[in-house]
Ligand binder design. Structure first.
Ligand code: GLA
Ligand code: ZN
Length: 671
């Protein structure tokens, strides 16, 4: 396994490199990531290359047994390039230029930028292909992160037209799919096609730009932009592959592009894990604990393969203001949590806090003065433990019987039109994920395209865009004995983002054995529900169900739908389809999912654990069962395992009774 930090040799005097390399070696490091923002150092002016400084840095670190992930520096095109070709700049949805001064200021669709990117990537690939220090390549850095919306420039519009021609063949087909007869939007010439920039009628919904554009246009534009990002990545990976055999990665963190398509262009997916900063700037305890778990599960599901963490939080961090300081042992707990969920290599961000630049306040393992303190000692301890963990963890799998189906297209479609003002696909998905996780069920997250047959239970949250082929796939899975959970806002749309004419829940109606007679968006007036979920509260959305062949599991209380069905289950062939017609508060969500999992014969990782303790049951590459046990909070936890075990880090016997200290992380194998 690789263990290390993100390092910027260009930020420090050469005399310091050796000191850093020694400290790293003592902490068990064998990897640094370098160069991902260093274009202006590598090509200070057009066609003038300077690899000398980086060669020297590689030599120093390699002497200490430290290899590199070589980053291509295309996230920061230099000033000389932008001045020469200002048309590369990205434009926001108002058409305004997003100018120089931070990073990611380029348009993926700019042919000029693609050419310059190809040149520098080829130079680097050529130069470093056979360097023994190069363990892997990272393409660019965090595509789309921080820049929120897509680009809306003329290059994008031109390429969008080409993309649409390929998809629809004719304008007639496009006009029909988008329903442009509405509001006289019919296009009669390809060159009339627009990109969904700010139009005369426009609203914002929290962080979401709720433009008034045609839903078909919006979704196709999201698909097109996603394809453009994947293409841009593919251009780089093809060049690197021509020269180098080292695996290629990208640090995937933003959901504006389709991870599954991106996964096809990469060998390893990596995640940047900042638990204190997760989820739209409003972290609560749940988010801090379970968002990293979800993210790694999700990334592991993309290629159904273990991943790496390319940036692991290792200090108080922020650009303008700081997050909390990681408590003693918390960096260790975060590290083990990511490994539990499928990370095989760990790289901390960053080695040392920088004295200058936008990220002055982003502390890493070392502070500005470069003196090793508590956080260094903690990372060093982890470094010492890693060989023992790696022996079990490399090639291991999470032992999961549940699949949550995660779709980026579904997410984008919900983002333009959330149905209910408070509805957020990601948050809803997360609430179900937490519901299972807090009851200690392990799960996989992956695409609707994978083979369903090995799962006892599949959950498809707010799975809205549907077609005949998907209908047949879900039905086959259930008919053959699978259990499917479908929720409100599923099956109401066609793939082109138009509404289905079918009676709701549309494509899921036969499976669910219910009709959605009416619905009610409850965002200003919570409703009550009672049944297998206990007493629950609905605050976003409720479907009023008319069971046909389904059995009622919960009903509403009060209002004109008093006593009407809210949650149902339907026998379909050898399996069952649960229809969850409403959102639920946290406790009721947990109770419902626990009920369903039990009915479907799904086993918990470990039973009877406190909610603060995470347990992940895994199988080694050769089939041995082992567990990660994680205490995610500052309070001690007394637990009882259903077995006596061997602590894989100390070799000692432990359990069944066990005390987990604050932020304890253990790896155990049942005896
Ligand atoms: C991201 C980036 C890094 C760095 C950190 C901290 O995750 O990938 O380059 O900027 O954030 O801001
Ligand atoms: Zn553009």
């Amino acid at each position: 396994m690789y263990f290390g930090a993100d390092y910027y040799p260009e930020h420090w005097p050469r005399e310091r490199w050796e000191t850093d390399a020694k400290l790293m070696q003592e902490a068990g490091f064998n990897l640094i990531r370098v160069a991902e923002f260093s274009w202006a150092k590598l090509e200070p002016s057009e066609g003038h290359w300077d690899f000398g400084w980086l060669d020297d840095a590689l030599d120093v670190f390699y002497k200490y047994g430290i290899q590199v992930v070589m980053g291509t520096p295309t996230a920061t095109p230099p000033k000389w390039l932008m001045d020469k070709h200002p048309e590369i700049y990205k434009r926001d949805f108002q058409g305004l230029v997003l100018g120089f001064g931070s990073r990611r200021h380029y348009c993926y669709n700019s042919e000029i930028y693609r050419e310059y990117s190809e040149k520098i990537v080829e130079k680097m690939a050529q130069h470093y292909a056979n360097h023994p220090a190069v363990a892997a390549w990272q393409i660019d850095n965090e595509f789309t992160a921080g820049d929120g919306l897509y680009c809306y420039c003329e290059s994008c519009r031109q390429k969008f037209i080409v993309w649409l021609k390929k998809k629809y063949g004719s304008l007639d087909a496009l006009n029909k799919a988008w329903g442009t007869v509405f509001w006289s939007q019919t296009y009669t010439d390809w060159d009339q096609i627009i990109v969904p920039r700010k139009s005369a009628v426009h609203r914002t919904l929290g962080a979401i730009e709720c433009n008034a554009h045609n839903p078909g246009l919006n979704l196709d534009y999201a698909r097109f932009q996603s394809d453009a990002i994947v293409d841009y990545c593919a251009i780089q990976s093809r060049i690197i592959r021509r020269w180098s055999k080292a695996p290629i990665t990208h640090n995937v963190v933003n959901e504006k592009y389709d991870y599954y398509k991106m996964g096809d262009e990469l060998d390893i997916l990596t995640y940047d894990n900042y638990p204190y900063l997760s989820m739209r700037g409003a972290p609560d305890k749940n988010t801090q604990i379970y968002n990293p778990a979800l993210q790694i599960d999700q990334l592991r599901g993309v290629k159904q393969k273990n991943v790496w963490v390319m940036e692991e939080e290792s200090g108080p961090c922020g650009w303008n203001a700081l997050s909390d300081t990681p408590r003693p042992d918390q960096i260790r707990e975060w590290t083990y949590q990511t490994m539990a969920h499928g990370a095989e290599s760990i790289v901390y961000f960053r080695w040392r806090a920088c004295l200058f630049g936008t990220e002055q306040y982003w502390y890493g393992i070392l502070d500005h003065d470069g003196i090793p303190r508590r956080r260094y000692e903690e990372v060093k301890q982890i470094g010492g433990e890693m060989p023992k963990v790696a022996a079990y963890n490399e090639g291991s799998t999470v032992d999961s019987e549940i699949l949550m189906v995660r779709s980026f297209e579904q997410q984008w479609s919900h983002e333009f039109q959330p149905h209910s003002w408070e509805f957020d696909y990601r948050k809803y998905f997360f609430s179900l994920y937490c519901g299972f996780s807090k009851k200690h069920y392990n799960l996989d997250i992956s695409s609707e395209k994978i083979d369903f047959s090995r799962y006892k239970l599949i959950v498809a949250p707010a799975f809205n865009l549907m077609d005949e082929a998907l209908k047949a796939k879900f039905e086959k899975y259930v008919a053959e004995g699978g259990n499917l959970v479908v929720t409100f806002r599923s099956g109401t749309k066609e793939m082109d983002n138009s509404m289905t004419e079918r009676t709701l829940p549309g494509y899921f109606k036969d499976l669910a054995g219910v009709e959605v007679e009416e619905f009610d968006a409850r965002y200003h007036n919570p409703a009550k529900v009672k049944g297998v979920c206990g007493d629950g509260e609905v605050s976003l959305w409720l479907d009023i169900l008319k069971p046909e062949t389904a059995k009622v599991l919960a009903t509403y209380e009060g209002d004109f739908y008093d006593g009407r069905a809210a949650i149902t289950v339907n026998q379909f062939g050898k399996g069952r389809c649960y229809y969850v017609g409403c959102d639920l508060d946290e406790a009721a969500t947990g109770e419902l999912l626990d009920y369903i999992a039990k009915e479907c014969g799904v086993a918990k990782a470990i039973d009877n654990l406190p909610v603060e303790v995470e347990a992940v049951r895994k199988k080694t590459a050769d089939g041995k069962t082992f567990y990660f046990l994680l205490n995610a909070v500052e309070e001690k936890q007394e637990i009882e395992l259903p077995f006596a075990a061997k602590d894989l880090l100390t070799g000692e016997k432990v359990g069944p009774k066990l005390t987990l200290n604050p932020y304890a992380a253990m790896v155990v194998e049942p005896e």
